[in-house]
Design a protein around this ligand. Structure first.
Ligand code: TYD
Ligand code: MG
Length: 455
């Protein structure tokens, strides 16, 4: 019998090495490589007998399946983020920091689905059944037919959910607690998580149940054993938010059955998560329009416009190296804007500390925010407040040119809806509505912007 060779697996990216190394060759992380038994790897259950498959003609399927069969939760923001509900036979990973509200969201989803007549099994590996029930009571979900189980062993879970129950949806909370008899690695290792997730995906595919997997994110913002799991599942959603704020955002980062740029917005209350169907109102709620350094960005999240305030503070530094601090935006992008302001507009910030904050703890990912950021910075430096009823959007290039961005009409429509009557936007924007009466200022370079604000 061939001797099983141990292998060394990176706990961050799953790369296997033949010997122990300090730095993973796959992802470059240090001290993440752990010895594991390869027999515990992929699909190596004992006594597996090869089985002949039955190929199906592609044409035989047409007409039968028009679109992925979905299970709508009726929670609009959740359905929006998943692209219209959970897909039968698929697996979704919901990641997020501990305590952000993943279990709360899924218990509410389970209750909503159960009320719609679906069979739901909630498997908790982190909390006892009594604890889960207590939460369900708080969420007014206790009087539903959701089935609860407290299991961590993969084989036990499969026996529990398989046994004639024919669930429509199974929730595994969380994948980090999964362990399988077939994998000999320690619980919590990549091998265990991968083996467990694989078994759950197989169950979903075989039974047509939708599988929802909960995963905790590590400090670096990745799900433990992240890449392996993200590749295995059909969709990955991140539940994020700032502990200091009440709202939470469900962001789609991968979706085989729908768009990947949608977000769902919720607000955490004492009775669980509440949907926020107009996020702009929420993000602008904390606004302080009269002070210098605040600019409202008209952004887009997927198909939905979102207005949010960008706040900048530029102040003379007392340090040798001035400080640059950013919350809610990319710090490399801020450095770029500062460099362009200096090179093309003569705005010198080498002796100034720069702080940038996106109001409400929201995180902007769009380059279209460049113009709003630049406006906030110039406004703060000049000590002049921007017009309170004006929105900004546009991408800044290294040459100082302002580039048009997509969805101009939609951004302006949302701005008007919320009472903004002016906009500063890139010249040559494609779908700019006609006849604006001069309220929309088209600019084509950053020096133009600086002249407008400080000139
Ligand atoms: P939880 O869903 O347990 O987080 P996760 O599963 O992501 O670790 O949420 C925990 C937090 O949510 C906790 O700090 C308490 C808060 N919370 C409320 O504010 N209201 C509620 O109704 C519930 C159930 C939780
Ligand atoms: Mg939890």
């Amino acid at each position: 019998m061939a001797k099983a060779r141990t292998q060394f697996v990176c706990q961050n990216c799953g790369t296997a090495h033949s010997r122990w190394v300090g730095k993973c060759e796959g992802c470059g992380e240090w001290n993440t490589v752990v010895e594991e038994d390869p027999m515990g790897g992929i699909g190596s259950g004992p006594g597996k007998v090869p089985k002949k498959g039955r190929p199906v003609a592609l044409t035989a399927l047409s007409g039968e399946i028009e679109e992925a069969p979905r299970i709508h939760t009726g929670i609009g923001e959740l359905d929006r983020a998943t692209g219209g509900g959970f897909v039968r036979g698929s697996a979704v990973l919901i990641g997020g920091d501990p305590g952000i509200g993943k279990s709360t969201l899924l218990m509410q989803a389970a209750a909503a689905l159960s009320r719609r007549g679906h069979r739901i099994i909630y498997v908790s590996g982190e909390e006892a059944v009594a604890q889960v029930r207590l939460r369900a009571q708080r969420l007014q979900a206790a009087e539903t037919d959701v089935l609860l189980a407290a299991e961590t062993n993969v084989e036990d879970i499969l026996a529990t959910v398989g046994e004639g129950k024919r669930p429509d949806l199974v929730i595994i909370d969380s994948i980090q607690t999964l362990w399988s008899d077939t994998a000999e690695a320690a619980p919590g290792t990549v091998t265990q998580v991968r083996t467990g997730v694989q078994a759950m995906i197989r169950f979903a595919k075989q039974t047509g149940a939708a599988m929802v997997l909960v995963g905790h994110v590590t400090k670096e913002g990745q799900i433990a054993g992240p890449r392996v799991v993200e590749h295995m599942v059909d969709a990955v959603l991140y539940f994020e938010g700032d502990r200091g704020h009440h709202y939470r955002i469900l962001r789609t980062v991968k979706n085989r059955f729908g768009p990947t740029d949608e977000i769902g917005v919720f607000e955490m209350s004492d009775k669980g998560l509440r949907e926020v169907s107009n996020p702009s109102e929420l993000f602008l709620g904390e606004r302080n329009a009269k002070s210098p350094g605040a600019a409202v960005f008209a952004g887009m999240e997927g198909t939905r416009p979102v207005l949010v305030e960008v706040q900048a503070l530029v102040a003379p530094t007392s340090l040798g190296t001035p400080r640059r601090a950013v919350v809610g935006w990319d710090s490399a992008r801020l450095s770029m804007i500062l460099a362009v302001l200096e090179a093309h507009c003569g705005v010198r910030l080498g002796q100034h500390d720069v702080y940038l904050n996106v109001a409400g703890g929201y995180r902007i990912t769009e380059p279209a925010a460049d113009l709003a950021v630049a406006s906030a910075l110039v406004s703060s430096l000049a000590g002049l407040a921007l017009p309170a009823d004006c929105v900004y959007f546009g991408e800044v290039s290294l040459s100082g040119a302002i580039r048009p961005v997509a969805h101009t009409a939609q951004r302006l429509k949302e701005a008007e809806k919320l009472g903004f009557s002016q906009a500063v936007l890139p010249a040559g924007s494609a779908d700019l509505p006609k006849g604006n009466g001069g309220r929309w200022s088209e600019i084509d370079s950053l020096p133009d912007l600086v002249a407008r604000i400080a000139g």
